[in-house]
Design a protein around this ligand. Structure first.
Ligand code: AMP
Ligand code: MG
Length: 492
């Protein structure tokens, strides 16, 4: 039986050599306590439900007691932040404990966020607030529930220390599980510090560990880049589909495996506004919803620049030309699934374009609109006053015409659409209520409740909801007015 004492650590990253990291153990903490544990994430490393109740678990994952077999390290990286290169980044408060091999022979990175300052900390305290840890924990598990590649969150461990941001705040450690912690910025670090041999070393390492099927190919570097383009385009198409806005798509927050990485001031679209950015510091909307696909392209270009000596600018340029069509194809498929339509012709394109115009114009809730549509025309719960709205009525008629070309019944369409359109997303007011209860009353039940709902966001599961006292309609309702299009600051 696996437990936190006998995890099968492999520590591949340490083999890259000391230029790639600072070896450092997590700093000990005062009186760690469990805030929330995700049994679903725990399965990835074969940890059973209930493992979090062992005293040893808290001590091992908070830094008070070494994890047998792990070799903790802070990774070196740099990156472009808001369009400008920042040479001084690196894991200032994060530690890779190592890679754990599970019973299925999969490898998972175990990482602590908020484990004390490292040599990359630049004078910051190396800690994370409880609030930001709750935000990352819930979003990680929510995106996973939505079927979107993401880092996972095994647990939030609270620590009884105050840290200072704008005001004193409670601190916590997030235990993150990921397929990789190699960022576009990891390559940039070696490129901009004039270490081409280490760019190559990192590239070989990445191919060997993430794409072993191409390890013997003579053009494996090019194929690696091709795959990075593919998985990045696919990821962003999925974000667009569910209305997820990352908020800080700096190149140090872009993982080479196309995994949603580093949650800060993210948000989910509620009332549809294409130009919305949830990041309070993003004055010009660089990372707004409507910009995410272009920023993916921009970031891939920055990665490409680091590979020029190994692949040639011409080849990389050729590959980059595939980004937009690849994104468009994935996005189109996502939109087809959302609308319950398989015929993706020019009429479909027109319908989608008009839909976005209407969503914005009529100020409709992006998520609930599609659930309404799945019921339409039977819906007793119109999203808006359809009878009073000619444009919406005519769009719905056009939509029904297109559904009739598909040759499936309304019931079949509804089943398909409900499995592509979530009923529950992580709305700002729901996060706030979970954070408020945690911070003001040390009551973590709302975090757990939200995590459970969001594990399965496409369905209401009456038995589970009853067990945890969950009123499905409360969690699915449109975001209340004061919380619409809310922004969060980077330090929150
Ligand atoms: P993030 O905004 O968490 O992606 O972090 C951006 C950079 O700042 C990374 O290099 C982090 O490791 C570093 N950083 C952020 N917060 C802290 C902190 N409290 N202590 C040390 N380094 C930090
Ligand atoms: Mg980051």
């Amino acid at each position: 039986m696996t437990n936190s004492k006998n995890l099968n650590f492999r520590n591949r990253f340490t083999e890259l050599g000391p230029e790639f990291y600072q070896a450092k153990a997590p700093d000990p903490v005062t009186d760690p306590y469990m805030v929330d544990y995700s049994p679903s994430a725990a399965q990835l490393i074969d940890l059973p439900p209930g493992e979090e109740e062992n005293k040893g678990f808290l001590d091992r994952f908070s830094g008070n007691c070494p994890l047998e077999g792990s070799q903790p390290l802070a990774m070196a990286y740099s990156g472009h932040q808001f369009g400008s290169y920042n040479p001084r980044l690196g894991d200032g408060r994060g530690l890779l404990l190592g890679e754990v091999q599970n019973q299925k022979q999969e490898m998972w990175d175990i990482h602590l966020k908020g484990a004390g300052p490292t040599r990359f900390a630049r004078g910051f305290d190396g800690r994370a607030t409880l609030q930001s840890s709750i935000r990352e924990h819930l979003a990680s598990e929510a995106l996973h529930g939505l079927g979107i590649p993401t880092t996972r969150s095994l647990a939030i461990i609270g620590i009884r220390e105050l840290i200072y941001r704008q005001k004193p705040e409670l601190a916590a450690i997030l235990v993150r599980i990921a397929d990789s912690h190699i960022r576009f910025g990891s390559f940039e670090f070696f490129h901009y510090t004039g270490q081409p041999k280490n760019v190559k070393k990192l590239l070989e390492f990445s191919i060997q560990n993430y794409y072993p099927d191409i390890a013997q190919e003579s053009d494996r570097y090019r194929i690696f880049f091709q795959r990075t383009i593919q998985c990045t385009a696919k990821l962003i198409a999925k974000w667009q589909s569910v209305g997820f806005i990352h908020g800080v798509m700096n190149t140090d927050n872009m993982c080479i495996t196309g995994t949603t990485f580093d949650y800060g001031p993210y948000g989910f679209m509620d009332r549809f506004v294409a130009s919305h950015t949830p990041n309070h510091s993003d004055m010009h909307g660089r990372y707004a919803y409507s910009q995410q696909s272009d920023i993916g392209f921009w970031n891939l270009n920055k990665l490409a620049e680091t590979l020029v000596p190994l692949v040639s600018a011409e080849c990389l340029g050729e590959e980059m030309k595939q980004y937009q069509p690849t994104f468009n194809r994935f996005y189109r498929e996502e939109m087809g699934d959302k609308l319950g339509l398989a015929i993706l012709d020019s009429e479909f394109t027109q319908l989608v374009q008009k839909m976005f115009h209407l969503l914005q114009d009529q100020q409709l809730d992006y998520t609930n609109f599609f659930r309404f549509l799945a019921d339409y025309p039977d819906s007793s719960n119109p999203v808006s006053n359809i009878n009073g709205n000619d444009e919406l009525r005519s769009w719905l008629n056009q939509y029904l015409e297109l559904t009739q070309r598909e040759g499936i019944s309304h019931e079949e369409r509804k089943v398909e659409m409900d499995s592509a359109n979530p009923k529950f997303i992580l709305r700002n007011h729901l996060i706030k209520s979970a954070i408020d209860k945690a911070l003001k009353e040390s009551d973590f039940s709302e975090i757990k409740r939200l995590r459970i709902i969001l594990e399965n966001p496409y369905q209401t599961q009456p038995e589970i909801f009853e067990k945890y006292g969950i009123d499905a309609e409360h969690y699915a309702q449109d975001t209340p007015e004061p919380f619409l299009s809310q922004q969060t600051s980077c330090s929150a």
